[in-house]
Design a protein around this ligand. Structure first.
Ligand SMILES: NC(=O)c1ccc[n+]([C@@H]2O[C@H](COP(=O)([O-])OP(=O)(O)OC[C@H]3O[C@@H](n4cnc5c(N)ncnc54)[C@H](O)[C@@H]3O)[C@@H](O)[C@H]2O)c1
Length: 272
């Protein structure tokens, strides 16, 4: 039996002041891409309120950064429960008096055969991957409108514009998330609010490591994933997080209702 793979350590994010004093709300922060966003945003001096349905784990992430002198608070929140996201927004306003950025990162893969899928699977996928982001937007928009400025970033997917067989109904919800991004971006543009999406492709997170470890030769399966991509590798969570830093910063004031794809160019190809 081949050795199981482990996740490579997250590299030190670059330090700077690109988000100095910005109050940032982030969902799905306990691991993976969300955890990398905490690292990069804290390292750029953001004040973070982070949440996840895994309450203890997200508190550990916050404590790690607080111990290093950064301003990071955690709260347990289920994005499918509107009241949890309102509580998160309330905490931000009570502590910091404003909300500059919301990153909707919480998400789940629900991959089922369409006709075998239960009603519960369908509802769970939409409740987390689409309703969750909408509830996040609803919780922060009144404050952002009052301020006359704000940036919302939705972590979508290449599944937001492309279909991979066997992944139903995840792409249906992620297509909806891109629609939500565009619709709200237009709706609130004149009020100073930007709503954008990031569409990661294949990213090296625990979920994918677990998937490769399900094969007899995990290393060969990882290599197969790498070979599907023009740069002959897949993406790293930090690469998604650095794009979120850009969209959250003052460097992207005219980028609205857009989606930035991070997949090494794979989705542009028609055939390998
Ligand atoms: N990893 C990839 O290859 C990839 C590719 C494209 C898009 N994405 C998207 O990026 C985002 C993050 O994915 P990841 O790979 O880091 O996954 P992950 O599973 O490592 O992290 C997702 C986080 O969301 C949290 N979460 C799940 N349900 C929740 C709920 N109801 N309320 C609050 N939090 C909840 C989980 O506890 C977890 O901490 C997701 O929206 C995912 O769809 C990931």
């Amino acid at each position: 039996m081949a050795e199981p793979l482990t996740l490579p350590p997250v590299p030190e994010p670059p330090k700077g002041e690109r988000l100095k004093n910005k109050v940032v709300l982030l969902t799905g922060a306990a691991q993976g891409i969300g955890e990398a966003i905490v690292a990069t945003f804290a390292s750029q001096q953001a004040k973070l309120i982070i949440s996840d349905i895994q309450g203890e784990k997200v508190e550990n992430v916050a404590a790690h950064w607080r111990d290093q002198g950064f301003d990071v608070q955690a709260i347990k929140a289920d994005v499918s429960a509107q009241q949890d996201l309102h509580a998160m927004a309330k905490l931000a306003v009570e502590h910091h008096g404003r909300i500059d950025v919301l990153v909707n990162c919480a998400g789940v893969n629900v991959f089922r055969d369409p006709l075998e899928m239960t009603e519960e699977d369908w509802r769970r996928c939409f409740a987390i991957d689409l309703d969750g982001a909408w509830f996040g937007c609803k919780a922060v928009l009144p404050q952002m409108i009052e301020q006359g400025i704000g940036s919302i970033i939705n972590i979508a997917s290449t599944h937001s514009s492309h279909i991979i067989p066997g992944c139903f109904p995840y792409p249906v919800a992620k297509h909806g998330l891109l629609g939500l991004t565009r619709a709200l971006g237009i709706e609130y543009a004149a009020k100073g609010i930007r709503v954008n999406a990031i569409a990661p492709g294949y990213i090296e997170t625990q979920l994918n490591v677990d998937y490769w470890n399900g094969f007899a030769d995990p290393q060969a399966e990882r290599q197969r994933a790498f070979d599907l991509h023009p740069p002959r590798r897949i993406g790293q969570p930090m690469e998604v997080a650095m794009t979120a830093v850009f969209l959250a910063s003052d460097e992207a004031p005219f980028i609205n209702a857009s989606c930035i794809t991070i997949d090494g160019g794979r989705s542009v190809m028609y055939h390998d």
